[in-house]
Design a protein around this ligand. Sequence first.
Ligand code: ADP
Ligand code: MG
Length: 257
Amino acid sequence: MAPCRSAGRHPPPLMETPMNIEIEEICKDFGTTAALQPVSLSIPAGSLVALLGPSGSGKTTLLRILGGLEFPSAGRVLFDGADATGLTVQERRAGFVFQSYALFRHMSVFDNIAYGLRARPRKTRPAAAEIARRVTRLLDLIKLPDIGGRYPSQLSGGQRQRVALARALAIEPRMLLLDEPFGALDAKVRKELRQGLRDIHDTTGLTTIFVTHDQDEAMELADLIVVMSMGRIEQIGRPAEIRARPASDFVRQFLDL
Ligand SMILES: Nc1ncnc2c1ncn2[C@@H]1O[C@H](COP(=O)(O)OP(=O)(O)O)[C@@H](O)[C@H]1O
Ligand SMILES: [Mg+2]
């Protein structure tokens, strides 16, 4: 059910109240491959969390399980204390950003961002004017206020990824999930977007989980880093804690400590 909103002078809040996420003993097998051994993790509401590890360590699998794109072989996921393990993608209301931009090429930037709201069933779909207001606010948030009329082919890689972020935020997500969101970009643009993501996180306050294999990115951006290897969590900690006290040889080597 949509929350009641007063029609006063103040615009409605741009984002939902952040939620906390509990991952309890999650396992995932693909045939004979154990992609995740039992993994447990608490994600505080409103935090910016990096899943950091080498290729094949299970980062994407864990992110997809959180978003409902994949289901665990065992274990539970809790959102604000309620069992969310069996919820569908739609029920979870996650905003997704992937490495490949996945924008609709035949749609303007404005229409790309509005897409998820327009695709809602009539009952929960905002009015056209409200959708337009929301898209305008999101274009401001990604610091590209004037590009609504452009098409994806007329944007740089960094701009496209900002639009992908705005599109993910348009649906009023309860959490933001990003899988190597800057992986396809060059070093300078990556750095800019890192700061952009940090700013957007601080503005929206959304619980945000991003996958990366880049230790600098995790160290610079995250409140909490989850270091993964071979389907297990090696260490969970704040960047400074991990730097000061790596929990294993693997962590020390992977982070060049
Ligand atoms: N759909 C799938 N089918 C079979 N094996 C998979 C599938 N998805 C992931 N895996 C395997 O699970 C392990 C973890 O993969 P993944 O979560 O993608 O790791 P990462 O994102 O850290 O690179 C790897 O061994 C990978 O080959
Ligand atoms: Mg991956």
